[in-house]
Design a protein around this ligand. Structure first.
Ligand code: NDP
Length: 249
């Protein structure tokens, strides 16, 4: 029983930047072979892969849009062909297209639901059978405090993140008897490119409501993912782990 992930393989969606990048580095440092995906940031992917390999870690990267069902299936197959199994899947890739409902377009809705929610379905579906067969596996889905509390201007994002919670609990019930756990991490305000895009006023308002008085670092979230990837969490499933400095109590 420990946080050592030697002999484990992990697949992380959206691994090139922000929280995903920190997860890739953290799970690799814990001993896992880590595959990660991205949609467009090929340069960052290349440099992350090179950085990990220079430190002696095994790593694969895939340009693969999570919203694309066939691409998810192919990515999972490629990882299985290379490494034979996937022990940990982290559905991390996510986007925002914010705006009050009055201005939110159908395109804004479809893009956010397609990436954030359907993306989780796509990759979970692709690992479902292999994890069932191996009678082990850990699926970790990245939701958000916004999926729990709601947020004006983020109806599409909140719906996608709340959907992830219901989806994960259902899957946890389906897969429990096969030794596969499914959990959710719900970060609060994390300092990444995603939140840098918010207005200063919105950032201050969010921070003001955080009991711990600071934003999360990507590492704070990666630490929770490490716990849920490890044998320390073997009896935890269907759980929503808030990593939000107390924001959503
Ligand atoms: P970033 O915007 O910093 O990074 C997003 C990552 O996801 C990038 O690697 C990006 O790759 C990838 N990505 C985006 N869309 C796709 C896609 N369609 N297919 C594959 N990869 C994709 O985001 P964060 O690190 O801030 O967020 C990570 C997750 O955490 C998201 O699900 C987000 O909703 C959630 N979260 C973030 C919070 C925050 O405060 N930052 C708070 C709560 C939850 P590329 O550059 O190639 O597009």
């Amino acid at each position: 029983m420990n946080l050592d992930l030697s002999d484990k393989t992990a697949l992380i969606t959206g691994g090139t930047r922000g929280i995903g990048r920190s997860m890739v580095e953290t799970l690799a440092q814990a001993g896992a072979r880590v595959a990660f995906t991205y949609r467009s940031s090929a340069e960052e992917a290349e440099s992350l892969k090179a950085e990990l390999e220079s430190q002696g870690y095994e790593c694969l990267s895939f340009q693969s849009d999570v919203a694309d069902f066939a691409a998810a299936e192919k990515t999972v197959k490629d990882v299985l062909d290379a490494w034979g199994k996937i022990d940990v899947l982290v559905n991390n890739a996510g986007i925002t297209k914010d705006g009050l409902m009055i201005r939110m377009t159908e395109g804004d809705w479809d893009a956010v639901i397609g990436t954030n929610l359907k993306g989780v379905f796509n990759f979970s579906k692709a690992v479902y059978r292999p994890m069932m067969k191996q009678r082990s596996g850990k699926i970790i889905n990245i939701s958000s405090v916004v999926g729990v509390m709601g947020n004006p201007g983020q109806a599409n994002y909140a719906a996608s993140k709340a959907g992830i919670i219901g989806f994960s609990k259902s899957l946890a019930k389906e897969l429990g008897s096969r030794g596969v756990t499914v959990n959710v991490v719900a970060p609060g305000y994390v300092a990444t490119d995603m939140t840098a895009a918010l207005s200063e006023k919105a950032q201050e308002a969010m921070l003001g409501a955080v009991p711990l008085g600071r934003p999360a670092s990507p590492q704070d979230v990666a630490n929770a993912v490490l716990f849920l990837s490890s044998s320390y969490s073997d009896y935890v499933t269907g759980h929503v782990l808030h990593v939000d400095g107390g924001l959503a109590m």
